[in-house]
Design a protein around this ligand. Structure first.
Ligand SMILES: [Zn+2]
Length: 231
């Protein structure tokens, strides 16, 4: 359980800097979203500007053609084409302007956010560096734990190891429960420390005298006696 906890911690940040970490991540993603919005607006603006420029070329081409047409009908058709393209250009220009406005708004907001982010970022990097310094010792500790687990695996009978493994998986890494003793006037009363279920004296005796692996009748965790009672 300690190994699982340590490995999870090495993958993340300690509880003491969780709040700072969340704040940092939320501010950073806010900035990233705005950067995306800025980029998107720029792409839209460029596309609209290109559309407008293409329209302008079309209009110039049509205007050239007007000097060569021979009939009134052809001339009228060209003028109508020019009108259509001009309307499309106006629409594209409007879109370009709106996109430019969005881009400007994003820039202003980004400047604000980046300014406010600076001190948070510095604080976060400092905390992160301090945490990095602690990691080597923690990594060493996980190696020690892995070694100890390996030794236990080799020493335990396969059936017991299997039983332990099944319980470990079923209970999310808490397969054992210590027996809690409550002293009373007559005989001490014993409970499973995990689910509080009463444990029969016979079970305690089995554990004490035979080292039996007896599961709790209620939560099925393997019961054990605290040091001093197992001998
Ligand atoms: Zn129990």
């Amino acid at each position: 359980m300690e190994l699982a906890r340590s490995l999870a911690l090495l993958d993340g940040v300690p509880e003491s800097m969780q709040e700072l970490h969340d704040e940092y991540e939320s501010r950073r993603s806010e900035i990233e979203e705005l950067e995306e919005e800025h980029q998107q607006a720029e792409l839209e603006r460029r596309a609209a500007e290109a559309e407008s420029a293409a329209g302008k070329e079309s209009v110039e081409r049509y205007q050239e053609q007007t000097s060569r047409v021979t009939t009134q009908r052809e001339y009228g058709a060209l003028l109508s084409e020019i009108d259509t393209v001009r309307a499309q250009m106006r629409e594209a220009d409007e879109r370009a302007l709106l996109a430019l406005e969005r881009q400007d708004q994003a820039t202003t907001r980004l400047d604000e956010l980046r300014g406010a982010f600076e001190s948070l970022d510095a604080q976060y990097q400092e905390a992160l560096a301090a945490w990095e310094e602690q990691k080597p010792a923690m990594r060493e500790r996980t190696e020690v734990l892995k070694g100890r687990i390996e030794v236990f695996r080799e020493r335990l009978p396969p059936a017991t190891l299997n039983q332990y493994q099944r319980l470990f998986e079923r209970h999310g890494g808490a397969p054992l429960a210590v027996i809690r003793v409550i002293e009373s006037a007559k005989a001490p009363i014993r409970h499973c420390s995990f689910c509080n279920y009463r444990i029969r004296p016979q079970v305690v005796l089995q554990i004490q005298t035979q080292g039996a692996l007896v599961p709790c009748d209620s939560c099925q965790r393997i019961l054990y006696l605290d040091d001093g009672e197992t001998d």
